[in-house]
Each structure stands twice: as structure tokens, then as C-alpha cells.
Design a protein around this ligand. Structure first.
Ligand SMILES: Cc1ncc(COP(=O)(O)O)c(C=O)c1O
Length: 390
């Protein structure tokens, strides 16, 4: 007997679900070179335009000169260095929590946190549209795992009634493929009423949301009692890489003791923490980035609505255009590509069946003229795609 991988791959192709990796041959930014072609891109998560910022690069280079290039060991052995520690302190202050813990990436932060907090005999309740890393974490934890209807506090309340043991309610802050916000005040009320803990992964909210970039929690003015477990990633608006979880002294100490993806891995390069310290400073102080981004979002939504595109309920930099059929989503993405624009088609299983979409993302690094170019191209391509849409 052997693995029949070729049949699986062929089926994936036949379903229009085959995935390929575009080769980026330039730094991240609005203007990129992909597979040899210069393109104007609207698909990265570099919402504030910091991934290729000269000061962040300089901080990384200076960090490498001072601290070398490798973490060298796990945090608990001898890999926890001064830049990691300083970044944790800065992230704690930024989030207004007693402590923060640095992880190598968001996937590991989510796996580590959920599995450290709940296990057999406990309950984990998740929004059905949560990021894959949160859903995987819930399944891996061994706790009773249940998904409530998207952003529906009543559906959560019904599941909380049946929960047993320690109960963790888990949600994206900004939903990564839809761009809408979790109804955190309502979710927090339900969780608190039942003595459950709310964990929010605000990977896409830190930076663009809140007057100081403090994300969804700042946006809604929620306290640490409302959201005892607050996570974020550093590979999106921060422009670097890694992730963090912020919360009480006890929470962070528990993660250091019990979060296996924290314990059993090499620390991130200290120079990367130096770069993130700089990007955190820019994220907090350069308010014009958030303001400019807001204007681009309004411009895009106005223009897209005039074209008749189906947008989602989002005022964040994630502005998906709902298409439905995977084949059509790919065709529209390809048509844009021939006009020099890159917007990725997102298909199942990343999104539910029948809800393929073009995930447009905007960045403070874009100009109004670039957004207008996108709108012009969309108007043209959508007209040409229309006949088999009708
Ligand atoms: C909501 C959310 N959480 C976690 C992650 C994973 O973070 P990382 O890329 O740092 O692994 C992502 C995407 O990458 C995400 O969108």
C-alpha cells in the first residue's frame, strides 16, 4: 500500500482549490515584483506600512550587530535575552496589562495559550469563523469544544449554559477573512456572567484600531476583567514577526510553565525584538498612518459600492469582495493580475463553502491614486465578469 497523493492533488485542482505560492521578488509594500511581474498589491497585512520601514530595518541591523543573529536556545534555557524582555515590558505597557509574553508566531501563541488554560473536563467555546490556529488549539486542548454562531452572543449564551469545568470563550478581534469586528462588549458580558474567561486574538486589530493603535479592546474601551487573555501578532501591522499574549501576572506565569509551544522552541532572534520595539514606537506615535488608512478605507468602500460589488460589514483594512464561486473568484483575481494588480482569491477551506472572495487589504503605505487604480480596474473587470454572474 502507498499514499495516493496524486489523486488528492488532482481532486484539489478539479475543485479549483489548488494553492500556489506566488514568488515575491521585492520587499513587501504596495509596489512589488511577483513571479517576475511588477504589480500593485492589495493583499498583504502590512496595514501601517512598517514592514519595509527604514527605521525598523536600522533597528534590526543595529540589533544584529549588538546581539547576533540567533536566539540560540529556548527562553527557559538561555534564549531569553534583554531585547525580548524589553519588548515584553513595552507590550505590557502598550496593552495596559501587568505582563506580556512573547511567542515566535501567532499560530504557536494560540496553540500554547488555549492548551495551557483548558484540558479534559473543561470547555472551550469559539466563534465558528475564528482563525484556523484558534480552532486547532481548541481541538488540541482535549477540552469540550463547541463553536457558536458567528458573532452571536445569544448562541454563545446557550452554549455557556451547558459548559463544564473551566470555560474559555475564544474569538478573533477582527475576523481575518471578513474584516468585521467581534461584538466584544456582548461576548464579554456573557462570559463574565458565567464565570468564563474571554480570550481575544486581535492579530488584525492592533495598529489600525483604537485611537493609539491599541486594537479592539481600546476601540470598545474594555478592561482586563472583560478580556483577561489578550493576544496579538507582530507580523501584520507591526510589520515584523512574532506574537504576544498579555494579561495578569498569574496568566503569564502559567503560560511560561504550561504552554508547550512556548517552552519547547528556540526564542526568536533578539534583533527581531529590537526591530519590533521600533515598530511599536512608530505604531503608537505616528497617528497619521491610522488617519490615512481610514481615508483609504472610505474611498475604497464608496468606489466599490458604486461599481456594485458586494462588500462585507467591515470598516477595517480588510475589505473582502464577496464572489461565492471559487472559479469566478480566481478568474477575477487573474483579470486584475493582467492589469498589473494583485488581489488574492480566498477559497474554501479557508472560508466556508460557497463564499470565495477577493480579500482586498489596504495599507497606510498606499496612496489615494493607487486605490483609484484598483477601483478603475475592478470596474472594468467586474463588467466583463458580469455575464456569467447574471
Ligand atoms: C487572527 C489570526 N491569528 C493568528 C494568526 C497567525 O499568526 P502568525 O502569522 O504570526 O503565525 C493569523 C494569521 O497569520 C491570524 O489572522
Amino acid at each position: 500500500m502507498s499514499f495516493d497523493l496524486s489523486a488528492r492533488l488532482a481532486a484539489r485542482r478539479a475543485d479549483h482549490l489548488y494553492r500556489q505560492r506566488p514568488l515575491l521578488e521585492s520587499p513587501q509594500g504596495p509596489q512589488v515584483v511577483v513571479d517576475g511581474q511588477p504589480l500593485l498589491a492589495f493583499c498583504n497585512n502590512d496595514y501601517l506600512g512598517l514592514a519595509n520601514h527604514p527605521q525598523v530595518i536600522e533597528a534590526w541591523q543595529a540589533g544584529a550587530s549588538r546581539w547576533g543573529v540567533g536566539g540560540g536556545a529556548s527562553h527557559l534555557v538561555i534564549g531569553h535575552s534583554t531585547p525580548h524582555h524589553e519588548l515584553e515590558e513595552a507590550l505590557a505597557e502598550f496593552t495596559g496589562r501587568p505582563r506580556a509574553l512573547l511567542f515566535s508566531n501567532g499560530y504557536m501563541a494560540n496553540l500554547g495559550t488555549v492548551t495551557a488554560l483548558v484540558g479534559q473536563g473543561d470547555t472551550v467555546l469559539e466563534d465558528r469563523l475564528n482563525h484556523a490556529s484558534l480552532l486547532d488549539a481548541g481541538l488540541l486542548s482535549g477540552a469540550r469544544f463547541n463553536r457558536y454562531l458567528h458573532n452571536d452572543a445569544l448562541s454563545l449564551a446557550a452554549r455557556l449554559e451547558k459548559a463544564c469545568g473551566n470555560t474559555l470563550v475564544v474569538t478573533d478581534g477582527v475576523f481575518s477573512m471578513d474584516g468585521d469586528l467581534a461584538d466584544l462588549p456582548a461576548l464579554a458580558r456573557q462570559a463574565r456572567a458565567k464565570g468564563a474567561w474571554l480570550m481575544v486574538d486581535d492579530a488584525h486589530g492592533f495598529g489600525p484600531l483604537g485611537a493609539n493603535g491599541g486594537g479592539i479592546v481600546e476601540h470598545f474601551g474594555l478592561s482586563a476583567d472583560d478580556v483577561p487573555v489578550l493576544g496579538g501578532t507582530l507580523g501584520k501591522a507591526f510589520g515584523t514577526s512574532g506574537a504576544f499574549v498579555a494579561g495578569s501576572e498569574e496568566l503569564i506565569e502559567s503560560l511560561i510553565q504550561f504552554a508547550r509551544p512556548y517552552i519547547y522552541t528556540t526564542s526568536q532572534p533578539p534583533a527581531l525584538a529590537c526591530a519590533t520595539l521600533k515598530s511599536l514606537e512608530l505604531l503608537c506615535t505616528e497617528h497619521w498612518r491610522r488617519e490615512h488608512l481610514k481615508q483609504l478605507i472610505s474611498q475604497f468602500r464608496r468606489g466599490a459600492e458604486q461599481i456594485g460589488l458586494q462588500l462585507m460589514d467591515s470598516f477595517t483594512p480588510i475589505q473582502p469582495i464577496m464572489i461565492g464561486d471559487s472559479g469566478r473568484a480566481i478568474r477575477l483575481s487573474q483579470m486584475l493580475r493582467t492589469r498589473g494588480l494583485m488581489v488574492t482569491a480566498i477559497r474554501p477551506p479557508t472560508v466556508p463553502a460557497g463564499s470565495a472572495r477577493l480579500r482586498v487589504t489596504l495599507s497606510a503605505a498606499h496612496t489615494e491614486a493607487q486605490v483609484q487604480l484598483l477601483l478603475n480596474a475592478l470596474a472594468d473587470c467586474w463588467r466583463k465578469l458580469e455575464p456569467d454572474h447574471a
